[in-house]
Design a binder for this molecule. Structure first.
Ligand SMILES: NC(=O)c1ccc[n+]([C@@H]2O[C@H](COP(=O)([O-])OP(=O)(O)OC[C@H]3O[C@@H](n4cnc5c(N)ncnc54)[C@H](OP(=O)(O)O)[C@@H]3O)[C@@H](O)[C@H]2O)c1
Length: 289
Protein backbone atom coordinates (compact mmCIF):
# COMPACT_ATOMS: atom_id res chain seq x y z
CA UNK A 1 0.00 0.00 0.00
CA UNK A 2 1.42 3.38 -1.07
CA UNK A 3 0.30 5.95 1.48
CA UNK A 4 0.64 9.64 0.70
CA UNK A 5 1.01 11.69 3.88
CA UNK A 6 0.52 15.46 3.99
CA UNK A 7 1.79 17.50 6.93
CA UNK A 8 4.20 14.61 7.63
CA UNK A 9 6.75 16.78 9.48
CA UNK A 10 4.26 17.84 12.16
CA UNK A 11 3.83 16.32 15.61
CA UNK A 12 1.30 13.65 14.58
CA UNK A 13 3.18 13.13 11.31
CA UNK A 14 6.32 12.27 13.26
CA UNK A 15 4.52 9.53 15.20
CA UNK A 16 2.63 8.34 12.11
CA UNK A 17 5.87 7.85 10.17
CA UNK A 18 7.47 6.04 13.11
CA UNK A 19 4.50 3.67 13.42
CA UNK A 20 4.43 2.68 9.74
CA UNK A 21 4.23 -1.08 9.17
CA UNK A 22 7.11 -2.52 7.17
CA UNK A 23 4.87 -3.35 4.22
CA UNK A 24 3.66 0.23 3.83
CA UNK A 25 5.30 2.48 1.26
CA UNK A 26 5.27 6.02 2.61
CA UNK A 27 5.28 9.14 0.47
CA UNK A 28 5.88 11.87 3.03
CA UNK A 29 5.20 15.50 2.19
CA UNK A 30 4.96 18.73 4.13
CA UNK A 31 4.30 22.23 2.92
CA UNK A 32 7.72 22.42 1.18
CA UNK A 33 6.94 19.41 -1.04
CA UNK A 34 3.16 19.69 -1.30
CA UNK A 35 1.19 22.73 -0.24
CA UNK A 36 -2.28 21.26 0.22
CA UNK A 37 -3.94 24.57 -0.71
CA UNK A 38 -2.42 24.41 -4.23
CA UNK A 39 -4.90 22.49 -6.41
CA UNK A 40 -2.51 22.10 -9.35
CA UNK A 41 0.25 20.80 -7.06
CA UNK A 42 -2.15 18.29 -5.50
CA UNK A 43 -3.26 17.00 -8.91
CA UNK A 44 0.38 16.76 -10.08
CA UNK A 45 1.47 14.94 -6.93
CA UNK A 46 -1.34 12.38 -7.19
CA UNK A 47 -0.51 11.75 -10.85
CA UNK A 48 3.19 11.32 -10.11
CA UNK A 49 2.94 9.30 -6.91
CA UNK A 50 -0.16 7.19 -7.65
CA UNK A 51 -0.99 6.57 -3.97
CA UNK A 52 -3.38 3.88 -2.71
CA UNK A 53 -4.50 5.99 0.26
CA UNK A 54 -4.03 9.52 1.62
CA UNK A 55 -3.52 10.56 5.24
CA UNK A 56 -3.96 14.31 5.72
CA UNK A 57 -2.11 15.49 8.82
CA UNK A 58 -1.55 19.04 7.52
CA UNK A 59 -3.35 21.89 9.22
CA UNK A 60 -3.08 25.43 10.54
CA UNK A 61 -2.94 24.43 14.21
CA UNK A 62 -2.07 27.71 15.98
CA UNK A 63 -5.46 27.97 17.67
CA UNK A 64 -5.14 31.54 18.96
CA UNK A 65 -3.62 32.85 15.70
CA UNK A 66 -6.62 31.48 13.79
CA UNK A 67 -8.75 34.19 15.45
CA UNK A 68 -6.84 36.92 13.59
CA UNK A 69 -6.10 34.84 10.44
CA UNK A 70 -9.39 33.04 9.92
CA UNK A 71 -9.35 33.40 6.12
CA UNK A 72 -5.93 31.72 5.86
CA UNK A 73 -6.96 29.06 8.39
CA UNK A 74 -10.11 28.42 6.38
CA UNK A 75 -8.07 27.89 3.22
CA UNK A 76 -5.75 25.37 4.92
CA UNK A 77 -8.16 23.68 7.33
CA UNK A 78 -11.43 24.12 5.44
CA UNK A 79 -10.98 24.19 1.65
CA UNK A 80 -7.69 22.28 1.14
CA UNK A 81 -9.00 19.02 2.69
CA UNK A 82 -11.78 19.22 0.06
CA UNK A 83 -9.17 19.50 -2.71
CA UNK A 84 -7.40 16.44 -1.32
CA UNK A 85 -10.67 14.53 -1.06
CA UNK A 86 -11.50 15.43 -4.69
CA UNK A 87 -8.13 14.06 -5.80
CA UNK A 88 -8.78 10.88 -3.80
CA UNK A 89 -12.24 10.47 -5.34
CA UNK A 90 -10.75 10.90 -8.84
CA UNK A 91 -8.31 8.04 -8.13
CA UNK A 92 -10.92 6.05 -6.20
CA UNK A 93 -8.77 5.82 -3.07
CA UNK A 94 -9.74 6.45 0.56
CA UNK A 95 -8.46 9.22 2.81
CA UNK A 96 -7.94 9.68 6.51
CA UNK A 97 -8.49 13.25 7.66
CA UNK A 98 -7.83 14.49 11.19
CA UNK A 99 -10.25 16.77 12.97
CA UNK A 100 -10.78 18.00 16.50
CA UNK A 101 -13.10 18.22 19.49
CA UNK A 102 -13.06 22.01 18.89
CA UNK A 103 -15.99 21.41 16.52
CA UNK A 104 -18.03 21.09 19.75
CA UNK A 105 -18.88 23.84 22.24
CA UNK A 106 -17.82 21.83 25.29
CA UNK A 107 -21.00 22.29 27.29
CA UNK A 108 -21.23 18.65 28.42
CA UNK A 109 -22.38 17.84 31.95
CA UNK A 110 -19.95 15.81 34.08
CA UNK A 111 -20.13 12.14 33.02
CA UNK A 112 -21.42 12.93 29.53
CA UNK A 113 -19.45 12.25 26.33
CA UNK A 114 -19.77 13.36 22.71
CA UNK A 115 -20.77 10.65 20.21
CA UNK A 116 -19.73 11.24 16.59
CA UNK A 117 -23.21 12.49 15.61
CA UNK A 118 -23.53 15.06 18.41
CA UNK A 119 -24.44 18.54 17.20
CA UNK A 120 -21.39 20.61 16.31
CA UNK A 121 -21.11 24.21 17.53
CA UNK A 122 -17.52 25.48 17.31
CA UNK A 123 -16.60 28.35 19.61
CA UNK A 124 -13.40 29.44 17.86
CA UNK A 125 -12.11 30.29 14.39
CA UNK A 126 -9.95 27.15 14.53
CA UNK A 127 -13.01 25.04 15.35
CA UNK A 128 -15.07 26.66 12.56
CA UNK A 129 -12.32 26.07 9.98
CA UNK A 130 -11.81 22.44 11.07
CA UNK A 131 -15.56 21.83 10.84
CA UNK A 132 -15.49 23.33 7.34
CA UNK A 133 -12.75 20.80 6.53
CA UNK A 134 -14.89 17.90 7.70
CA UNK A 135 -17.75 19.11 5.51
CA UNK A 136 -15.58 19.67 2.43
CA UNK A 137 -14.05 16.19 2.76
CA UNK A 138 -17.46 14.55 3.15
CA UNK A 139 -18.84 16.51 0.18
CA UNK A 140 -15.97 15.53 -2.14
CA UNK A 141 -15.46 11.86 -1.31
CA UNK A 142 -17.54 9.14 0.27
CA UNK A 143 -14.41 7.09 0.97
CA UNK A 144 -13.24 9.02 4.02
CA UNK A 145 -12.45 8.40 7.64
CA UNK A 146 -12.60 11.67 9.57
CA UNK A 147 -10.85 11.09 12.89
CA UNK A 148 -11.53 13.64 15.63
CA UNK A 149 -8.98 13.79 18.41
CA UNK A 150 -7.89 16.23 21.13
CA UNK A 151 -5.15 17.43 23.51
CA UNK A 152 -2.36 15.83 21.44
CA UNK A 153 1.22 15.57 22.65
CA UNK A 154 4.11 13.56 21.27
CA UNK A 155 7.74 13.43 20.27
CA UNK A 156 8.60 16.00 17.61
CA UNK A 157 6.26 18.80 18.56
CA UNK A 158 5.95 21.54 21.11
CA UNK A 159 3.28 20.28 23.50
CA UNK A 160 1.77 20.67 26.96
CA UNK A 161 3.97 18.00 28.58
CA UNK A 162 7.14 19.68 27.33
CA UNK A 163 5.85 23.12 28.33
CA UNK A 164 5.08 21.92 31.87
CA UNK A 165 8.46 20.22 32.28
CA UNK A 166 10.27 23.33 30.99
CA UNK A 167 8.32 25.69 33.26
CA UNK A 168 8.94 23.44 36.25
CA UNK A 169 12.66 23.90 35.62
CA UNK A 170 12.25 27.68 35.65
CA UNK A 171 9.78 28.28 38.54
CA UNK A 172 8.92 26.98 42.01
CA UNK A 173 5.14 27.17 41.56
CA UNK A 174 2.89 27.01 38.49
CA UNK A 175 -0.77 27.85 37.95
CA UNK A 176 -2.66 25.62 35.52
CA UNK A 177 -6.18 25.80 34.09
CA UNK A 178 -8.65 23.66 36.01
CA UNK A 179 -11.95 24.50 34.28
CA UNK A 180 -11.33 22.69 30.98
CA UNK A 181 -11.77 18.93 30.84
CA UNK A 182 -10.75 16.59 28.02
CA UNK A 183 -8.66 13.51 27.23
CA UNK A 184 -4.92 14.02 26.89
CA UNK A 185 -3.93 11.95 23.86
CA UNK A 186 -0.51 10.73 22.88
CA UNK A 187 0.36 10.80 19.18
CA UNK A 188 2.05 7.45 19.94
CA UNK A 189 -1.38 6.01 20.80
CA UNK A 190 -3.17 7.70 17.91
CA UNK A 191 -0.70 6.94 15.10
CA UNK A 192 -1.01 3.12 15.31
CA UNK A 193 -4.81 3.51 15.38
CA UNK A 194 -4.64 5.37 12.07
CA UNK A 195 -2.60 2.55 10.56
CA UNK A 196 -5.07 -0.02 11.91
CA UNK A 197 -7.89 1.98 10.34
CA UNK A 198 -6.12 1.85 6.97
CA UNK A 199 -5.52 -1.89 7.30
CA UNK A 200 -8.96 -2.98 8.55
CA UNK A 201 -10.96 -0.43 6.54
CA UNK A 202 -14.11 -0.17 8.66
CA UNK A 203 -17.22 1.66 7.39
CA UNK A 204 -16.43 5.17 6.17
CA UNK A 205 -17.47 8.14 8.29
CA UNK A 206 -16.52 10.07 11.41
CA UNK A 207 -14.69 8.42 14.33
CA UNK A 208 -13.47 9.71 17.68
CA UNK A 209 -9.97 8.64 18.77
CA UNK A 210 -8.50 9.70 22.12
CA UNK A 211 -6.79 7.98 25.02
CA UNK A 212 -9.36 6.73 27.52
CA UNK A 213 -10.25 8.66 30.66
CA UNK A 214 -10.41 12.42 31.08
CA UNK A 215 -9.08 15.15 33.34
CA UNK A 216 -8.49 18.90 33.56
CA UNK A 217 -5.21 20.52 32.42
CA UNK A 218 -4.46 20.98 36.15
CA UNK A 219 -4.89 17.22 36.78
CA UNK A 220 -2.78 16.50 33.69
CA UNK A 221 0.02 18.77 34.94
CA UNK A 222 0.03 17.14 38.37
CA UNK A 223 0.21 13.68 36.77
CA UNK A 224 3.11 14.78 34.54
CA UNK A 225 5.10 15.99 37.55
CA UNK A 226 4.22 12.94 39.62
CA UNK A 227 5.30 10.51 36.86
CA UNK A 228 8.40 12.51 35.95
CA UNK A 229 9.42 12.79 39.61
CA UNK A 230 9.52 16.61 39.42
CA UNK A 231 8.89 18.56 42.63
CA UNK A 232 7.00 21.76 41.81
CA UNK A 233 3.94 23.43 43.35
CA UNK A 234 0.86 23.49 41.12
CA UNK A 235 -2.16 25.74 41.75
CA UNK A 236 -5.47 25.64 39.85
CA UNK A 237 -6.80 28.64 37.96
CA UNK A 238 -9.75 29.55 35.73
CA UNK A 239 -9.15 29.86 31.99
CA UNK A 240 -10.56 33.43 32.14
CA UNK A 241 -7.32 34.39 33.93
CA UNK A 242 -5.30 33.42 30.82
CA UNK A 243 -7.11 35.88 28.52
CA UNK A 244 -6.38 33.93 25.34
CA UNK A 245 -7.87 35.10 22.01
CA UNK A 246 -9.61 31.78 21.22
CA UNK A 247 -12.28 30.35 23.51
CA UNK A 248 -11.82 26.64 24.29
CA UNK A 249 -14.50 24.00 24.97
CA UNK A 250 -14.93 23.71 28.77
CA UNK A 251 -15.90 20.05 28.98
CA UNK A 252 -15.38 18.05 25.86
CA UNK A 253 -14.89 14.30 26.20
CA UNK A 254 -15.06 12.24 23.00
CA UNK A 255 -16.82 8.87 23.01
CA UNK A 256 -14.57 6.31 21.31
CA UNK A 257 -17.03 3.38 21.41
CA UNK A 258 -17.58 3.47 17.62
CA UNK A 259 -13.87 3.23 16.80
CA UNK A 260 -13.20 0.56 19.43
CA UNK A 261 -16.06 -1.59 18.08
CA UNK A 262 -15.04 -1.04 14.45
CA UNK A 263 -11.40 -1.96 15.03
CA UNK A 264 -12.01 -4.51 17.80
CA UNK A 265 -9.49 -2.95 20.15
CA UNK A 266 -9.20 -0.94 23.35
CA UNK A 267 -7.42 2.41 23.61
CA UNK A 268 -5.09 2.80 26.57
CA UNK A 269 -5.73 5.14 29.48
CA UNK A 270 -4.20 8.63 29.29
CA UNK A 271 -2.00 8.02 32.35
CA UNK A 272 -0.45 4.90 30.76
CA UNK A 273 0.03 6.77 27.50
CA UNK A 274 1.79 9.55 29.41
CA UNK A 275 4.14 7.09 31.04
CA UNK A 276 4.99 5.64 27.62
CA UNK A 277 5.67 9.16 26.28
CA UNK A 278 7.94 10.06 29.19
CA UNK A 279 10.01 6.95 28.45
CA UNK A 280 10.12 7.72 24.73
CA UNK A 281 11.37 11.28 25.24
CA UNK A 282 14.14 9.93 27.48
CA UNK A 283 15.17 7.52 24.73
CA UNK A 284 15.16 10.29 22.14
CA UNK A 285 17.23 12.63 24.35
CA UNK A 286 19.67 9.77 25.17
CA UNK A 287 20.29 9.05 21.47
CA UNK A 288 23.58 10.62 20.34
CA UNK A 289 23.05 13.02 17.42
N1 LIG B 1 -2.21 19.25 18.37
C1 LIG B 1 -3.41 19.00 18.90
O1 LIG B 1 -3.63 19.09 20.12
C2 LIG B 1 -4.55 18.55 18.01
C3 LIG B 1 -5.79 18.27 18.61
C4 LIG B 1 -6.84 17.85 17.80
C5 LIG B 1 -6.67 17.70 16.42
N2 LIG B 1 -5.45 18.02 15.87
C6 LIG B 1 -5.30 17.85 14.42
O2 LIG B 1 -4.31 16.86 14.18
C7 LIG B 1 -3.67 17.11 12.94
C8 LIG B 1 -2.15 17.08 13.16
O3 LIG B 1 -1.84 18.10 14.11
P1 LIG B 1 -0.38 18.30 14.69
O4 LIG B 1 -0.54 18.60 16.13
O5 LIG B 1 0.52 17.23 14.23
O6 LIG B 1 -0.03 19.70 13.96
P2 LIG B 1 1.37 20.30 13.53
O7 LIG B 1 2.46 19.76 14.38
O8 LIG B 1 1.14 21.78 13.47
O9 LIG B 1 1.56 19.71 12.06
C9 LIG B 1 0.86 20.20 10.97
C10 LIG B 1 1.80 20.19 9.79
O10 LIG B 1 1.09 20.69 8.65
C11 LIG B 1 1.96 21.58 7.97
N3 LIG B 1 1.22 22.50 7.11
C12 LIG B 1 0.69 23.70 7.42
N4 LIG B 1 0.14 24.26 6.34
C13 LIG B 1 0.33 23.38 5.31
C14 LIG B 1 0.01 23.40 3.94
N5 LIG B 1 -0.64 24.44 3.38
N6 LIG B 1 0.35 22.34 3.18
C15 LIG B 1 1.02 21.30 3.72
N7 LIG B 1 1.36 21.22 5.01
C16 LIG B 1 1.02 22.26 5.80
C17 LIG B 1 2.68 22.29 9.09
O11 LIG B 1 3.81 22.97 8.62
P3 LIG B 1 4.28 24.30 9.40
O12 LIG B 1 4.63 23.86 10.79
O13 LIG B 1 5.45 24.77 8.58
O14 LIG B 1 3.11 25.23 9.39
C18 LIG B 1 3.01 21.11 10.01
O15 LIG B 1 4.20 20.46 9.62
C19 LIG B 1 -4.22 18.45 12.45
O16 LIG B 1 -5.28 18.18 11.56
C20 LIG B 1 -4.80 19.08 13.70
O17 LIG B 1 -5.85 19.98 13.40
C21 LIG B 1 -4.39 18.43 16.63
Amino acid sequence: MRVLVTGADGMLGTAFRAAAPEAAELICTDVGELDITDRAAVVKCFAAERPDALVNLAAYTAVDDCESHEALALTINGSAPGLLAEACAARDIPLVHISTDYVFDGTLEPGQVYPEDAATAPLSAYGRTKLAGELSVAAASEAHWIVRTQWLYGVGGPNFVETMLRLAGERDRLTVVNDQVGSPTSTHSLAPLLWTLLERRPAYGVYHAVNSGSCSWFDFAREIFSQAGVAVGVDPMDSSQLDRPAPRPARSVLDTAKLRAALQLEIIDWKLALSDYLQRRETVSDTPS
